[in-house]
Design a protein around this ligand. Structure first.
Ligand code: S3P
Length: 185
């Protein structure tokens, strides 16, 4: 594996090691990129969806179906705020809707550097259509659903400090771009 040429030493003014927080729509590649990026940086990877599944003891689809979206958002928020409070450097993959909550947004921005993995509606549809684990896209017209969710969410994703386009790039290329951006940050 290629050696990282810089240590993960970016510090905030108060001296805390930073977290890299991946935000963006479903299908942007947050989990795959996050896992690989954490490995390259030698830090822990935290996937908010995975923590929800672990805590609930059931899949995201089941949480939505059995307890509803509002309940899912409540658990998502609890976990997001807990993860933000931990003082260790890590890479965090958020869920596509995590930033919709203003408290989550504030806590995540305070905790580290937000990186928007940008995906077009067409690519998001292509990447998610064979993965029925996204209850929000179980819709008669998933394309329209993606467009309307994106219209609400893109202004929030755009508040990230860095943006990486993912449509035409492999997971490895996205990771490399983030590493390049971090090193010159
Ligand atoms: C959601 C995105 C999903 C998951 C849940 C809700 C959303 O995560 O949190 O299905 O609101 O966009 P991914 O973005 O990792 O697919």
């Amino acid at each position: 594996m290629e050696e990282i040429l810089f240590p993960f030493h970016i510090r905030r003014e108060e001296g805390l090691l930073m977290k890299i927080i991946l935000v963006g729509f479903m299908g942007a590649g947050k989990s795959a990129v996050g896992r690989g990026l954490a490995k390259r940086l030698g830090v822990r990877f935290v996937d908010i969806d995975e923590l929800i599944v672990k805590r609930e003891g059931r899949s995201i689809t089941k949480v939505f179906a059995e307890a509803g979206e509002l309940y899912f958002r409540k658990v998502e928020k609890q976990i997001t705020l807990e993860v933000c409070q931990r003082q260790d450097p890590c890479v965090i993959a958020t869920g596509g809707g995590t930033l919709m909550d203003p408290d989550n947004r504030a806590a995540l921005k305070e905790a580290g550097t937000l990186v928007w993995l940008k995906v077009s509606p067409e690519k998001a549809l292509e990447r998610t259509k064979d993965h029925p684990v996204r209850p929000l896209l179980k819709d008669e017209n998933p394309r329209q659903k993606i467009l309307s969710l994106l219209a609400l969410r893109e202004p929030l994703y755009a508040q990230a400090e860095m943006t990486v386009e993912t449509d035409q790039q492999s997971v490895e290329q996205v990771i490399q771009q983030i590493l390049n951006k971090i090193s010159s940050f």
